[in-house]
Design a protein. Structure first.
Ligand code: CA
Length: 227
């Protein structure tokens, strides 16, 4: 059974989430505040965490950092905060996805399935598992990226994106393909996720993120990895 930890202080939303998740055979734990969330995450080892950023006792971003200290469990942020700064802070801290309230339950469930699938996927081992560029090296088998002799920490979502691009070297991968593969959605309105994650990958991998050499944007179409 897939276990979901719902961290949310709005009892009505918690109820709606619990009912919908249990109806789809998820096991659900709910935490109304950050301290309970951290305790339950350790005790129950959920497969995915739904996290409200505005909690009574802690900022959601601190909870993400706390969790990322010891677990790679997918974290999906639910937030009424619209600003892209909030989004970037949550994603930088290690969240995998970000859903703005109010959201449709169908979309939330689709993205939850995608998040769980990402961790369950045992990717096919490609012929070549080691990719070397002048700036960094990627070991797909060991799931390791090394830049300047140091490990680069990637979130599961960043890793998934990079893996798709790297295994299609020199080829255009469309926005639609990436959205479908990584988030399980196809709406072109979600291309802002791609932009945010690609910007993060570039910050971690490119010498000059504003003039990328490896992770190339094909405007209006998609992305390409140049090895
Ligand atoms: Ca709240």
């Amino acid at each position: 059974m897939t276990r979901v930890l719902v961290v949310e202080d709005d009892p009505q939303l918690v109820r709606a989430l619990v009912i919908n998740l249990q109806a789809r055979q998820y096991g659900v734990d709910a935490a109304p505040d950050g301290a309970t969330a951290l305790r339950l995450a350790a005790a129950r080892q959920p497969d995915v965490v739904l996290l409200d950023l505005g909690l009574p006792d802690m900022d959601g971003v601190d909870i993400i950092r706390g969790l990322r200290g010891w677990t790679r469990v997918p974290i999906m942020v639910l937030s009424a905060r619209q600003g892209s700064e909030e989004k970037v802070a949550a994603l930088d801290a290690g969240a995998d996805d970000y859903i703005t309230k109010p959201f449709s339950m169908d979309e939330l469930l689709a993205r939850l399935r995608a998040a769980v699938r990402r961790t369950e996927d045992t990717p096919l081992v490609p012929e070549a598992s080691l990719f070397e560029t002048a700036g960094f090296s990627i070991d797909l088998l060991a799931k390791k990226v090394v830049r300047d002799g140091r490990d680069v920490r990637l979130t599961p979502t960043e890793w998934h994106l990079l893996e798709i691009l790297v295994t299609n070297p020199g080829r255009l991968v469309t926005q639609k393909q990436l959205l479908q593969e990584v988030w399980g959605v196809s709406q072109s309105t979600k291309t802002n996720y791609l932009r945010v994650y690609m910007a993060q990958l570039r910050r971690k991998l490119e010498t000059d993120p504003s003039h990328p050499r490896y992770l190339i944007t094909e405007p209006g179409m998609g992305y390409r990895f140049e090895g």
